[in-house]
Design a protein around this ligand. Structure first.
Ligand SMILES: CC(C)(COP(=O)(O)OP(=O)(O)OC[C@H]1O[C@@H](n2cnc3c(N)ncnc32)[C@H](O)[C@@H]1OP(=O)(O)O)[C@@H](O)C(=O)NCCC(=O)NCCS
Length: 324
């Protein structure tokens, strides 16, 4: 059956399988809360549309698939996340869901099915999900180390950089920074390591930023942003974002961290992350786990995180299958 987020009862059953599997697979499960995810699926967004599939036997939900259909960048790709309740594995449930997703992808003119295995071993990256992906013709394209920090951290590193000032904001990017923030978001999309993935950079616009902000608010999310401004030129040089939702107070996320190309090598990563972490810790209920993911080749970012108090807990791998 298909799920669209508007039928609250059906979405709850769908979510129970999806998040139940994450809880089962990961010591530190990450992901959207029930309402956060439902609103994401139910609403129209500028750059992505999401829906789901459930394989249901009578009143029992055996497995589910979450589908993200990109509308800006990667418009020939559909992302599929499969989850099968542990009691019903190795009976072809995921294969049936994947076949249904592929049929829909073809009907929508998509060329690539991609999927992420979130629960890989921190060193080898392997999991039942990677065995399934390999068995069903997917090719591994990229990997990211999943690190967590258990908050509160008592000594948050504070390392200001001469010549730069810190500015902070919450749910809305101040108008005075919007144009420059759009440039940094586009730069992030171009520069973030994506390995061998088929990945088209997103050209951000002020409208897309406002749409994403409105969506986060509708989902019940809060966001903390810290940016560094180059005092002499007034240029926005770096930013970092963290956030979560009161629905799942124990789970917080480190989102993007980006330093403009012309300002790299000045330790701006730590300079923005430290104050952002301090603001986050002051504003949320603790204890909580802060999650982040980075490509192993992004060693400087992993080093910054380790310095701040993060440690590795899993590896997620991204897979693709090209439809013939
Ligand atoms: C990965 C997952 C979705 C597979 O679900 P499933 O319904 O058991 O998969 P299927 O029965 O369709 O398996 C198809 C084939 O994949 C391979 N496979 C699946 N699970 C495997 C495992 N644990 N070990 C080795 N091979 C496995 C086998 O080749 C299997 O065929 P076989 O049973 O005839 O040997 C399920 O284990 C799961 O929910 N894992 C956690 C979430 C996850 O990793 N999702 C994938 C992210 S997209």
């Amino acid at each position: 059956m298909t799920v669209d987020g508007r039928d609250v009862g059906a979405f709850r059953r769908f979510y129970e399988v999806k998040f139940g599997v994450r809880r089962e697979e990961l010591e530190f499960p990450a992901g959207m809360g029930l309402e956060e995810a439902r609103v994401f699926m139910a609403r129209e967004h500028a750059e992505v549309r999401a829906d789901g599939l459930g394989l249901v036997d009578g009143d029992t939900w055996l497995g589910v698939a979450w589908l993200d259909w990109w509308l800006v960048g990667n418009t020939d790709t559909v992302d599929v996340e499969l989850a099968v309740a542990p009691a019903y594995r190795r009976r072809g449930v995921a294969t049936k869901l994947l076949d249904a997703a592929i049929e829909r992808a073809r009907a929508d003119g998509r060329r690539i099915v991609s999927g992420t295995n979130v629960a890989g071993d921190p060193v080898t990256g392997e999991s039942p999900g990677t065995a399934f992906a390999a068995a069903r013709g997917f090719v591994k394209k990229h990997a990211e180390l999943h690190q967590v920090a258990e908050l509160p951290l008592n000594d948050v590193v504070e390392q200001p950089v001469d010549g730069y000032e810190i500015v902070q904001w919450r749910e809305h990017t101040p108008d005075e920074w919007l144009e420059q923030f759009v440039e940094l978001l586009s730069g992030m999309s171009e520069d973030v390591p994506t390995g061998e993935r088929t990945s088209e950079a997103v050209r951000w616009t002020p409208e897309l930023v406002r749409d994403a902000e409105d969506r986060r608010i509708a989902q019940g999310r809060f966001t903390y942003t810290t940016a560094a401004v180059h005092t002499a030129s007034g240029e926005l040089a770096a930013y970092t974002q963290m956030g979560g939702t009161p629905e799942t107070p124990d789970r917080l996320n480190q989102y993007d961290t980006y330093v403009r190309r012309t300002h790299r090598g000045n330790r701006l990563g730590v300079a923005v992350k430290g104050p952002n972490l301090r603001a986050l810790q002051a504003g949320v209920s603790l204890p909580a786990v802060l999650h982040t993911w980075n490509a192993p080749e992004n060693a400087p970012m992993i080093a910054v995180n380790t310095k701040l108090g993060f440690r590795p807990v899993a590896q997620r791998t991204m897979w693709e299958r090209t439809l013939l």
